[in-house]
Design a protein around this ligand. Structure first.
Ligand code: PLP
Length: 432
């Protein structure tokens, strides 16, 4: 663990100016490849004996700073940056599942993730089991099978910001020798470090609040370094492979090559290498700049979300509000435990009106921007049942309580009074 606290690390970790011509701002290394020097150095580079970059698909000094910074912000062992949150989710799950394993998860997930189970994982022979009521953690235990390789949950789910008892779910995973992978996108590492509660792997869409300005698509996988992949459940980590051979042509396995970072090491050597969703150096730079103000932005977004929630609570055009900090939320106690700084800035509510009033309302906000994103510096509005979560089957919709009247608000950095006035004028237009 670092001697420094989160806010110091977020602007400094993983970067030493002296190693980069004393540049204060992280340089953008806009290069595809790196000269190999002499042929003996090339031998070492290609035998995984030297970590210097070879080719930007696999590593790049700018991307490297982002990976190191995220590792340090989590007190983890390693990280890998990728071209999108979907790449992070899918590479992490493929990496855990191996050949034909099972993933145990819930229906309370980002719509694209749910959809990928059917369209990607089935093709790889990977089965996905869905816990029907994840609030009852014993249901996780009951569904674990001999070939289950991972439990996957969102720490603060999209769109309803539900919270699961991460610590108990980690205990169940570890009792069965399997990893807990958490999608911490909505929470961000400022609000929650899942490693503190036993998660083994954390994934992000850095597109959202982590970068925070709606100007980049990016993803990350971070690993704790504490999980034992030699426990018999992960033969794909222990099988000796020709492409990992040493100078004497002796095959080696992933754990020999990456003893400290087996998960992200394998994800890089296999999935980033061969599926290729590399993050560009410029995009890594944008995420780094975003992280520098993460705490300040998320704090302000939370205070805006709280002000708007108070306004919505008194509004006859609102039939329900879902946010863990609402006193009637079933996640109120879990929010106190896992999210003492605030349970995020996404607030969803039920629109109490006809379909045409619903459509007028969506089109009438002037500050809240109607778009499929969250975590931006600007406040955003959307109707998830018809857009971001349109892929959900009727059964998945039922499991997540996603009804057609749902409006999701993601709070930005504007003035809270202006945000409330914006909603008020949109309600007024819808209910003339
Ligand atoms: C947006 C999102 C993703 C996908 O990330 P992209 O960067 O859009 O590929 C994954 N998980 C969650 C929770 C998200 O909100």
């Amino acid at each position: 663990m670092s001697e420094f606290s989160f806010d110091t690390l977020k602007v400094n970790a993983g970067y030493r100016p002296a190693e980069h011509n004393n540049a204060v701002s992280v340089p953008i290394y806009q290069t595809a490849a790196y000269t190999l020097g002499d042929s003996f150095r090339a031998d070492r580079l290609f035998a995984f004996e030297d970590e210097d970059p070879i080719y930007t698909r696999l590593s790049n000094p700018t991307v490297d700073v982002l990976e190191r910074r995220m590792t340090e912000l989590h007190g983890g062992a390693g990280a890998i940056a990728l071209a999108s949150g979907m790449a992070a989710v899918s590479y992490a799950l493929l990496n855990a599942a191996g050949r034909g394993g099972r993933i145990l998860t819930t229906a309370r997930l980002y719509g694209g993730t749910v959809d990928s189970f059917e369209h990607i994982f089935e093709d790889f022979g990977i089965e996905v089991d869905i816990v029907q009521n994840p609030d009852d953690v014993s249901q996780f235990e009951a569904l674990i099978q001999s070939d289950t390789k991972a439990i996957f949950i969102e720490t603060l789910s999209n769109p309803f910001s539900t919270i699961l008892d991460i610590e108990k779910i980690a205990e169940i995973a570890h009792n069965h020798g399997i990893v807990l992978i958490t999608d911490n996108t909505l929470a961000t590492p400022y609000l929650l470090n899942p490693f503190e509660y036993g998660a083994d792997v954390v994934v992000y869409s850095a597109t959202k609040a982590l970068s925070g300005h709606g100007n980049v698509i990016a993803g990350l996988i971070v690993e704790s370094g504490k999980f034992d992949y030699s426990n018999g459940n992960y033969p794909h980590f222990t099988k000796p492979l020709w492409f990992l051979r040493d100078a004497d042509d002796k095959k080696r396995n992933m754990l020999e090559i990456f003893p400290d970072i087996p998960f992200t090491g394998r994800a890089r050597a296999i999935y980033l290498n061969y599926l290729g969703a590399a993050l560009s150096p410029f995009d890594a730079y944008l995420v780094l700049i975003g992280i520098e103000t993460l705490s300040e932005r998320v704090s302000k977004q939370i205070s805006n979300a709280r002000a708007v929630r108070a306004y919505l609570e008194d509004n006859p055009s609102v039939s329900w509000i879902r946010h863990p900090e609402a006193t009637d939320s079933r996640y109120f106690e879990l929010a106190k435990k896992y999210f003492p700084k605030g349970a995020g800035s996404v607030v969803s509510f039920g629109f109490n009106g006809t379909e045409s009033q619903f459509r007028i309302f969506l089109e009438s906000t002037k500050i809240y921007s109607y778009q499929a994103n969250i975590g931006d510096a600007r406040s955003l509005i959307i109707n998830p049942a018809q857009t971001t979560h349109v892929e959900l089957t009727p059964h998945a919709r039922e499991l997540t309580d996603l009804t057609p009247d749902t409006i999701r608000l993601s709070h930005g950095l504007e003035d809270p009074d202006d945000l409330i006035a914006d909603l008020a004028q949109a309600f007024a237009k819808a209910f003339v």
